[in-house]
Design a protein around this ligand. Structure first.
Ligand SMILES: Cc1ncc(COP(=O)(O)O)c(C=O)c1O
Length: 361
């Protein structure tokens, strides 16, 4: 067996310890004679898995008692609709446009009410986070929406917007559990797990309880009502049992690593290795304004599409996989999530140094 350093933006690298534990339990989960993939979601075994996952998640993040944690399906994109359907009671919300995912979320919300674009960084290909200290937010808005880490463009909010008392809703998919988060700052904070936490197809929503009501927009499907999911502890129907199980193992792994403060330090250290190299390189260039840089997704270019393609191909041959940038922006992108070891980032930088020596004219 040989494993590569996988820089994919998602689905992405998972901790090897977690994969091995899942492998060991694949045929016979804890002596019950079947795999987690084969057991009823109503069984005692699975009840333990989901309850332990939730309590470990709560402990890791420090989720206050007045917030519900929901394990939902449909990925993060399903939430682009579920959020306005549950929250847009006054039919108006503010969106900050910092990339494709915020744009998609805003476009979906427009199906249900008025969307006010509060700020945007489209003018410079989403290479920065706009000033969010004094936005035209009004009391009649149901919520303010952000995508806190922009997977494609490699930006992350250096600080949260001042929402002037309006509830903040944040998509943290590509920075989920990479650093501590203060849940009390949000009405809803949610993320698809396939980037930093577990297998695709599961989204975790943390929702303040007063936002979970029967009073949704007319026509909201039963499955998309937060109330349905909350009243049934995420077991209204058959959930994504496998992903919940693996996420639970990742939560234990994160606890063993020392928790989210330790992960933040590790992630800052890893990102610094790459950014420091990029800042002095004569061949490669980071594409993001320094103060908006993501700790998780690092885009860079050589300035030549041909050389970019050569780099991606040669890196792959050297065991550094999935470095091609998103199809809409080109260049390269290294996603260095929690499970990417420091040695992986060092191997990437060593490879880049070598490539630079050979290819700089
Ligand atoms: C920040 C962000 N939000 C939302 C999504 C969409 O997630 P999903 O594919 O789970 O719908 C992605 C990526 O896939 C993302 O990076």
């Amino acid at each position: 067996m040989s494993r590569v350093y996988n820089f994919s933006a998602g689905p992405a690298v998972l901790p090897e310890e977690v994969l091995k534990e899942a492998q060991e339990n694949m045929l016979d989960y804890k002596g019950c004679g079947m795999s987690v993939n084969e057991m009823s979601h109503r069984s005692k075994m699975f009840d333990d898995i989901i309850k332990t996952a939730e309590s470990d998640f709560r402990e890791l993040v420090g989720v206050p008692d007045n917030y519900k944690v929901l394990f939902l399906q449909g990925g993060a994109s399903q939430q682009f609709a579920a959020i306005p359907m549950n929250l847009m009671k006054k039919k108006k919300a503010g969106y900050i446009i910092t990339g494709q995912w915020a744009k998609k979320a805003a476009a979906e919300a427009k199906l249900y009410g008025e969307v006010v674009e509060l700020a945007s960084s489209a003018d410079k290909t989403f290479s920065y986070i706009p000033d969010v200290s004094d936005l035209p937010i009004t009391e009649d808005m149901d919520y303010v929406y952000i995508c806190q880490n922009n997977t494609i463009y490699g930006t992350r909010y250096p600080e949260l917007p001042d929402t002037k008392g309006v509830d903040l809703v944040s998509d943290v998919s590509s920075m989920f559990l990479s650093e501590p988060m203060d849940v009390t700052k949000y009405g809803i904070v949610y993320g698809g797990v396939q980037k930093n936490v577990g297998p695709a197809g599961l989204v975790i929503d943390v929702i303040r309880e007063d936002l979970i009501t029967e009073d949704c927009l007319p026509g909201t499907p039963t499955m998309l009502k937060f109330k349905t999911q909350a009243d049934n502890d995420s077991l209204y129907n058959t959930p994504n049992c496998w992903s919940i199980y693996i996420c639970g193992l990742v939560f234990k792994w994160l606890k063993n690593m020392g928790g989210l403060e330790v992960m933040k330090q590790r992630n800052e250290e890893k990102a610094a290795i790459l950014y420091n190299y990029l800042d002095q390189s004569k061949l490669f260039k980071g594409t993001v304004e320094p103060k908006s840089r993501s700790l998780m997704n690092v885009p860079f270019v050589t300035g030549s599409a041909e050389l970019d393609a050569k780099f991606v191909a040669e890196a792959k041959a050297a065991g550094l996989e999935n470095l091609k940038g998103h199809r809409t922006v080109g260049g390269m992108r290294a996603s260095i999530y929690n499970a990417m070891p420091k040695a992986g980032v060092e191997a990437l930088v060593n490879f880049m140094e070598d490539f630079e020596k050979k290819n700089r004219k």
